[in-house]
Design a protein around this ligand. Sequence first.
Ligand code: CMP
Length: 144
Amino acid sequence: MPDWSDRTAVMNLLSAVPVFSSLDKKHLKTLANAAAERNYNAGDVIVSEGTKGLGFYLLAEGQVAVEKAGKVVATLNSGQFFGEMALLDEQPRTANVKAASKAKCFVLSPWEFWGSVGKDPEAMRILLRETVRRLRHSPPAPED
Ligand code: CMP
């Protein structure tokens, strides 16, 4: 496992993730220094459906399950991100994201996110493509 206290490892992680790969070195370095490390145990709820929150999460180690209305709709692995939906529309979280194993995330605040990914059209295109893919694969909302 990388030594995550060495921010070069975080920078390498970021540069291997398609959403961040078009960013220049300066932005990657700024993000790697700013990203907050968070560690979870299996079963921990990382983000809760219906609650407010604007952090963008990049999974560095482990696996998480995305649950909507109590059903698992996706499993994400290291190198994948979550939390982009509430960040994009400033509405409550669309799903629970739970650690399915011990997990480590790096979290970006909205201002860090918008100052980097938000300023790079290619990064935004990749992010939105993945978000649309997720929405296409999300089960329909229950009838009111
Ligand atoms: P957000 O709504 O901020 O918080 C919950 C997150 O779960 C959401 O952002 C997405 O990152 C993720 N998510 C929601 N639906 C899906 C899905 N169908 N597939 C993968 N990830 C999803």
